[in-house]
Design a protein. Structure first.
Length: 312
């Protein structure tokens, strides 16, 4: 094994250790929420508290980076969280779940594992260097190609995170360790929906577990370690569902209007999204630049393009 390959292997191993440390820390801190608050705070109130705790625990990743000198791998963190939820479900929550939902949940988790591997190692639509040049902003004159006498701007953008040039670039997804572009945008949405369904299912199963194994009248007196873990993992899954649903709504909006996240945020960088309006006020001429979407073809056409358009 060459020195460079050995070094990469060591860095990957250390990154995996840091990722595991982040997951253990996050789940441990969440475990403390019901442990100390269960007798004083009802479950619905714990949700925002757990959210704050999760945000604070993100800073722990920086601590582990200082200790090991490498960053955590976010895809590994996602994989380990999913594995922990799946394993805890099998060992604790599963007895209260009927056969059909149980099979569906196992199928969801397995498909998420496969999908996560596919999107991490897949091609989002990387553009080759031949035939055009890209600037840092993601636009250059050579990105324009002519079609039937008119001009149409190519939707090849440069990712600011990994510096790759991607067709139909939407954003760089750190959770999936890859850019989201023309070739994997559909898979990205399928995975996002899959995570929402899986985490929502686990939340429902966990709540049912609490109802079955804890008597409402003396619920607070029957706490166990497994019971607290059920509550903490339920809080974790609920928080994930809440922000992922908002994220999904945004991306469905982008599909319906044929717009990318990068284009929406950075539209002033891309001339095709700029509509110049000339004004004359008090004898002085001025230009007002407004947003326009040249790719919006109507709802049905936009959805069709999203589902069936392939790389040129």
């Amino acid at each position: 094994m060459s020195t460079s390959r050995r070094k990469r292997a060591v860095l990957l191993f250390l990154s995996a250790i840091v990722s595991a440390a982040v997951v253990v820390t996050t789940q441990s801190v969440l475990f403390l929420v019901p442990l100390f608050l269960l007798t004083a705070v009802p479950l619905p109130v714990m949700l925002p508290i757990a959210g704050i705790v999760m945000v604070v625990s993100v800073g722990v990743g920086r601590f582990w980076k200082m200790v090991f000198g490498v960053r955590a791998s976010v895809p590994i963190v996602v994989l380990l969280h999913l594995s922990f939820i799946w394993g805890f479900y099998v060992s604790v929550v599963r007895p209260v779940v009927s056969t059909v939902p149980d099979v569906i949940f196992h199928t969801e988790c397995a498909l998420l594992m496969v999908g996560l591997y596919s999107i991490v190692n897949g091609d989002p639509g990387f553009a080759t260097a031949s035939g055009f040049e890209l600037e840092e902003t993601g636009y250059s004159e050579s990105n324009i190609h002519h079609n039937g006498g008119g001009s149409q701007f190519s939707r090849i953008r440069q990712c600011s995170s990994c510096k790759a040039s991607v067709r139909g670039f939407d954003h760089h997804c750190h959770a999936f360790g890859n850019c989201i572009g023309e070739k994997n945008r559909l898979l990205f949405l399928i995975l996002l929906i899959g995570f929402i369904l899986t985490e929502a299912s686990y939340t429902i199963f966990s709540f049912h577990y609490i109802k079955v194994f804890f008597n409402v009248s003396n619920y607070w007196l029957q706490r166990t370690i497994s019971g607290n873990l059920v509550i903490s993992t339920m809080l974790f899954s609920s928080i994930q569902v809440l922000w992922q649903v908002v994220f999904l709504m945004w991306h469905l909006y982008c599909v319906c209007f044929n717009i990318r996240t990068d284009e929406w945020v950075n539209w002033k960088r891309y001339p095709e999204f700029q509509l110049t309006i000339h004004k004359q006020e008090l004898g002085e001429n001025s230009n007002d630049i407004r947003f326009r979407n040249p790719y919006d073809k109507g709802l049905l056409s936009n959805i069709f393009d999203f589902l069936f358009t392939t790389t040129r």
